[in-house]
Design a protein around this ligand. Structure first.
Ligand SMILES: Cc1cc2nc3c(=O)[nH]c(=O)nc-3n(C[C@H](O)[C@H](O)[C@H](O)COP(=O)(O)OP(=O)(O)OC[C@H]3O[C@@H](n4cnc5c(N)ncnc54)[C@H](O)[C@@H]3O)c2cc1C
Length: 481
C-alpha cells in the first residue's frame, strides 16, 4: 500500500517544524527524502501545532515585529534565563539562521501577522504566525509534497541501527586537548513500525527531529517519581521516549537534565494531552492559591511578569497531589483573563470549598487570616501574614467567590541528545555519528537546559531544521555521488 523508497538519500524522523524544515531544505538541494511521522495525518505536526510565535534576531523594524532585536540583546536575554554554557558555534548558527526565517517562511507561503494587523499581542522580539502553528504546518507540508518529499504518517521509528564504519575515518591529531577519536559508529539502517509491522529503511543520512518525550508518563516517572502522575501534557501525545532510550542505550551522548521540565499552571480540568495554550491559568496575583488542605504556600504577588504561569507550574509540581486552587472573589474574577473553562463559583466560601472537595473550615480560616492582614486599598499591609502577599494584596470579601483548580502542565523536558556545531549527534566516547543529525526540541537542551523565552523553541526548530537539512544534503553529495 505504501510505496516508500527503501534507500532514500536522507531519512527525516518526525513531522513538526524541525522535520519539515530539514526535509524541504534537503529535497531542494536535490536529495531524495523520506519523512516518517509517528502521528496519523489528522494529528500531524507535534507540538508545533500549538505554537504561535517564533523569536528571531533583526537589526531594524520589520513588517512582522515592531523595532529591532539586535544580536547582543538576544544573547543577553538567553544568558539571563539559561546561563552562558552554550557551544558558541551552535549559538552563532541559531542567531544567523534566525535572521532569515521571516523571508524563508514567506517564500513558502507561511502567513505572518503584520505589525499593523492587530489581532495578536504586540511583539518586538518575535513574529506571530497568522493562523498559528497549524497554518505553518499546512504550508510546510504542502511545500514538502510539491517538492516530492515522500511522507509517511503513522510510522514510528523504533530504533537506529549503528555499525562500525566500513573504512575507519582518519582524524588528524592536533595539539588540542579534546581531540576526538574516529567516529565510533555510523547509522546503517533504521527500524520503524507501520500498521502493526516492522520495516527497515537504509538511508545514507538520518536527521532526527522527533521532539521530546514529555508525553511519556512512565519515562517522566523515572525522574519525577509519583509527581509525574499529577502532570497534564499540554501538547502532542506522540512525544514518547522509545527512540531516545534506544539512542542513549547505544552510547549516544545526552544533553540537558531529565529531571527538569518547562511546566506552566493549567486548568486541572484540561484533557490529559493536547489541551494547548487555552488551558493556562494566569491570574494568581488577583487572589490566593491554596493546596488541597486549604493552605497558602507561596506569595501570590511576587511574580509581576505576565509569564507568572510558568513559576506556578513549577510550584504546583511540589504541591501535595500536584493540585492547587486559585481562589478569587467578584473583583478578582474581573481581572482573570477569559479562560477556556468557566470558574467554579459559589455564594460563600464554605459552598465553594464543598464544590472543590476542600476542607471548608481550613479554607475559611486561611481566607480570614489573609483578609485580616491585608488592606482594602491593596496597600500590602500584610504584616504577620505567612507567606506574605507582596502586591495586589486586596481582601477577598465580595461574593460570588470563585476558583480555578490547577495542575502543572508539561510543555517539554530539558533533555535530549548532544550535537556538535554541525548538528551531528555526539557519542559518549567522543566524536560524532557521522551520518546522524538532530534538530529541534530533541537537541534544544544544547542551547538551553533551563528557563525559557517566548518563541525560543520554534526559533530552534526552524533554524536547526534548515541547518541540519543543508548539512545532510552536503554530506550526501560529498560521499561520492
Ligand atoms: C501548548 C504549547 C504551545 C507552544 N507555543 C509555542 C510558541 O508559541 N512558540 C514557540 O517557540 N514554541 C512553542 N511551543 C513549543 C514548540 O511548539 C515546540 O517546542 C516546537 O514546535 C518543537 O518543534 P519540533 O519539530 O522539534 O518538535 P514537534 O513539533 O513536537 O514535532 C515532533 C514530531 O516528531 C514526531 N515523532 C515523535 N516520535 C517519533 C518517532 N519515534 N518516529 C517518528 N516520528 C516521531 C511527532 O509525532 C511530531 O510530529 C509550544 C508548545 C506547546 C505544548
Amino acid at each position: 500500500m505504501h510505496a516508500l523508497p527503501p534507500q532514500p538519500d536522507v531519512l527525516v524522523v518526525g513531522g513538526g517544524t524541525a522535520a519539515l524544515c530539514a526535509a524541504i531544505t534537503t529535497r531542494r538541494a536535490g536529495a531524495s527524502v523520506l519523512l516518517l511521522e509517528r502521528a496519523p495525518k489528522g494529528e500531524r505536526g507535534g507540538n508545533t501545532r500549538h505554537s504561535r510565535n517564533f523569536r528571531y534576531v533583526h537589526e531594524g523594524p520589520s513588517p512582522f515585529s515592531a523595532g529591532a532585536y539586535p544580536e547582543t540583546e538576544f544573547r543577553s536575554d538567553l544568558a539571563r534565563v539559561a546561563g552562558r554554557d552554550q557551544d558558541p558555534a551552535l549559538l552563532r548558527l541559531l542567531i544567523e539562521r534566525s535572521r532569515e526565517l521571516p523571508d524563508w517562511l514567506a517564500h513558502l507561503g507561511v502567513p505572518l501577522q503584520p505589525v499593523a494587523g492587530g489581532g495578536l499581542p504586540h511583539s518586538r522580539k518575535t513574529a506571530f504566525l497568522l493562523g498559528g502553528g497549524k497554518t505553518l504546518l499546512n504550508a510546510l507540508y504542502a511545500a514538502a509534497e510539491r517538492l516530492g518529499v515522500a511522507i509517511c504518517y503513522g510510522a514510528s521509528v523504533e530504533a537506529i541501527q549503528c555499525d562500525e564504519p566500513s573504512a575507519p575515518k582518519v582524524v588528524p591529531r592536533t595539539a588540542a586537548k579534546d581531540v576526538y577519536r574516529a567516529a565510533p559508529k555510523v547509522v546503517h539502517s533504521v527500524d520503524y513500525s507501520l500498521e502493526g509491522s516492522l520495516h527497515t529503511v537504509s538511508p545514507q543520512i538520518a536527521i532526527l527531529c522527533c521532539g521530546g518525550a514529555q508525553a511519556d508518563r512512565e519515562w517522566l516517572r523515572t525522574s519525577w517519581g509519583e509527581r509525574a502522575d499529577g502532570f497534564i501534557n499540554r501538547g502532542t501525545p506522540h512525544a514518547k521516549s522509545g527512540l531516545l532510550r534506544n539512542l542513549l542505550s547505544q552510547g549516544i551522548a545526552a544533553a540537558g537534565d531529565p529531571a527538569a521540565a518547562y511546566l506552566v499552571a493549567v486548568d486541572a480540568r484540561s484533557p490529559a494531552d493536547d489541551g494547548g495554550i487555552v488551558t493556562r491559568v494566569r491570574s494568581m496575583h488577583a487572589g490566593i492559591v491554596v493546596d488541597r488542605d486549604g493552605q497558602r504556600r507561596y506569595d501570590e504577588g511576587a511574580d509581576t511578569a505576565s509569564t507568572r504561569y510558568s513559576a506556578w507550574g513549577q510550584r504546583l509540581a511540589d504541591f501535595p497531589g500536584q493540585i492547587g486552587y486559585l481562589i478569587l472573589d467578584r473583583r478578582g474574577l474581573q481581572v482573570e483573563a477569559p479562560s477556556f473553562y468557566p470558574a467554579i463559583s459559589a455564594p460563600s466560601i464554605a459552598d465553594l470549598a464543598q464544590q472543590l472537595g476542600l476542607p471548608p473550615l481550613a479554607l475559611e480560616r486561611t481566607l480570614s487570616a489573609y483578609n485580616a492582614a491585608v488592606s482594602p486599598r491593596g496597600a500590602n499591609a500584610n504584616e504577620g501574614l505567612l507567606p506574605p502577599k507582596s502586591s495586589d494584596a486586596l481582601p477577598l470579601t465580595e461574593p460570588p467567590f470563585a476558583a480555578y483548580p490547577m495542575r502543572p502542565g508539561i510543555t517539554f523536558t530539558y533533555h535530549g541528545v548532544a550535537v556538535d556545531a554541525r548538528l551531528r549527534v555526539r557519542h559518549r566516547e567522543g566524536g560524532v555519528i557521522d551520518n546522524l543529525f538532530a534538530a529541534g526540541m530533541l537537541m534544544a537542551p544544547n542551547l538551553f537546559s533551563r528557563g525559557y523565552l517566548s518563541g525560543l523553541a520554534l526559533m530552534i526548530g526552524l533554524a536547526t531544521g534548515r541547518a541540519a537539512g543543508e548539512g545532510a544534503a552536503r554530506d550526501a553529495f560529498d560521499d561520492g555521488r
